[in-house]
Design a protein around this ligand. Structure first.
Ligand code: GAP
Length: 514
């Protein structure tokens, strides 16, 4: 077998979505009824991959630290929680309607530019407007649309390079000229605030008094239970409270598969510090921790970057927010937000509930409200980052010179749904099958593994490559005929093979799967 060459699929997103469906990672929700936009189901392998990501996070963030404890709070909380947190009044996105097509857009994801032509006399004139939805190359799309407009209108002169702005910045006189992406005509409404919380009713009455919300973030659970944890948890500042769980947002434009959906899972941690502590030091500490953690689950350093939110765009209470960005197939986008939120949330809940949310400082003998640093990430987004950066198509040539495409999911052994596949060389040789079954039974007690005796070994390797199984062990004639009870261990990425004993196999798994 020669060294494989990797080829980028023409459309990586399509390739991932197709693999996810074909191999049982992710399905559209309620698919037999046509699906429901923004909702997804996780299949047998997907649920394992998701659990492994969650478990890695929980182990590293909570169990392996002495300064973070975990909780699990309810999805539906008292509606006053969301009034105090500011979500009822302000958890909204700017919505734009297309009056003709009835399509809806998020104004901050809809870009436009005037088309400016400078004539031979040096006078510049606007000949119209172009628009494009946010993409990996929004500016390129707008520029192409501007050139097309110039050609169609047969205007002489020099086209100025487009300066994209988002629709929230459009002036009233521009709104009446900017074309809708659906119709190409100026059919768009001015933006209006659209609250993204899903409403429901608690109890038998469906009047205003029973209105409740599906939580749009898990974070408020940590703030509302802060005193309960302090009073019962033997915690001392600085310390964190973490939880994982479902959140719900009625996103205007769910898109990019599971990147932005309406039901998703978050993994959040609120790290409480003394009001006089150096918040910037802790903020940096958690940014670095999150980046290192992403690398520990196999995401490539080359895909990870930081984005600091502009000071003037931060909420008044926020001291700073940095997003860890990831290079997704559709562009560099937010993966993980790390926000320094001051003491805003605890103060809000203290005021709204009438219950002080303070800690007693032994040194100064004074009470104070702790400040917080919040690393908040979406589990489904990490899942997508893992699939996107792990997916590869390779051209491999065997000893006979035949070339074929191998699809491989390069998942970290920490995350792989199946850690090892056990393959008897032949299914009709009792001794091979017996030894393989015995190994499989023993492995299964500790590690998710898979037994496969159907088809040629090469095909069986390919099936495991596609679902990201790091190792296959083949029980062959050397295993049963030669001394030493060794198997062939085949490594997924290099496709290298070597002989290994059962004890060595367990030692390898012990070291790599944690
Ligand atoms: N408590 C703070 C908070 O929720 P956020 O930036 O709104 O902050 C945190 O969300 C993370 O949750 C994001 O960085 C992203 O990874 C994930 N997330 C947010 N909205 C999402 C959606 N609609 N679908 C999937 N993941 C989402």
């Amino acid at each position: 077998m020669s060294t494989p060459s990797t080829t980028e699929p023409a459309n990586l997103m399509e390739a991932i979505v197709s693999l996810a469906k074909r191999r049982g990672f992710v399905f559209p929700s309620s698919e037999i009824y046509g699906g429901l936009n923004g909702f997804f189901d996780y299949g047998p392998l997907g649920v394992e991959l998701k659990k492994n990501i969650r478990d890695c996070w929980w182990n590293d963030m909570v169990r392996r630290r002495d300064d973070v404890v975990g909780i699990e709070t309810s999805i539906i909380m008292h509606p006053k929680v969301w009034e105090a947190s500011g979500h009822v009044a302000g958890f909204s996105d700017p919505l734009v309607d297309c009056k003709v097509s009835k399509n809806r857009y998020r104004a901050d994801q809809l870009f436009f530019a005037p088309v400016l032509i400078t004539g031979a006399d040096g006078v510049a004139q606007t000949i119209g407007y172009v628009s494009a939805l946010e993409s990996a190359d929004t500016t390129g799309e707008l520029q192409a649309a501007a050139e097309l407009m110039k050609r169609k209108k047969a205007v002489q002169g020099t086209l100025t390079a487009v300066q994209p702005r988002d629709f929230t910045e459009a002036k009233p006189e521009e709104i009446t000229q900017i074309p809708s992406p659906a119709t190409g005509n100026p059919d768009l409404t001015p933006p209006r605030a659209f609250n993204m919380m899903f409403q429901t009713n608690v109890g038998a009455m469906t009047d205003a008094s029973s209105v409740a919300y599906l939580r749009p973030e898990t974070a408020q659970g940590m703030f509302v239970d802060f005193k309960n944890v302090v009073d019962t948890g033997r915690v001392k500042l600085p310390f964190g409270i973490a939880q994982t769980g479902k959140s719900f947002r009625n996103e205007i434009t769910p898109r990019n598969f599971i990147f932005r959906s309406r039901e998703f899972e978050q993994m959040e941690m609120e790290f409480f510090i003394h009001e006089d502590d150096d918040w910037a030091k802790w903020h940096r500490y958690w940014i670095n921790w999150c980046k290192d953690w992403l690398k520990s689950i196999g995401l490539p350093d080359s895909h990870i970057s930081e984005f600091d939110h502009l000071k003037e765009k931060l909420a008044f209470y926020s001291k700073g927010t940095t997003d860890i960005m990831f290079k997704f197939p559709f562009g560099v986008q937010e993966l993980w937000g790390i926000a320094a939120r001051g003491n805003y949330d605890l103060t809000q809940h203290a005021t709204a509930s009438g219950k002080p949310q303070e800690i007693f400082d032994e040194a100064t003998k004074k009470k104070f409200v702790p400040h917080v640093i919040e690393p908040a990430v979406g589990l489904d987004r990490i899942f997508l980052a893992v699939l996107a950066s792990g997916y590869a198509e390779e051209q491999v040539t065997d000893e006979k010179g035949n070339t074929e495409t191998r699809t491989v999911l390069r998942l970290s052994p920490r995350l792989a749904p199946v850690k090892v596949a056990v393959l008897p060389l032949l299914k009709n040789k009792e001794a091979l099958v017996g030894r393989a079954q015995a190994l499989y039974t023993k492995l299964k007690r500790k590690y998710p593994c898979f037994y496969d005796e159907a088809g040629a070994v090469g095909r069986r390797y390919r099936r495991q490559d596609e679902i990201g199984t790091p190792w296959c062990v083949t029980i062959d004639f050397d295993t049963i005929e030669k001394e030493g009870d060794t198997f062939t261990l085949r490594e997924r990425d290099s496709m290298q093979q070597k002989r290994i004993t059962e004890a060595e196999l367990f030692a390898l798994l012990e070291e790599q799967v944690y």
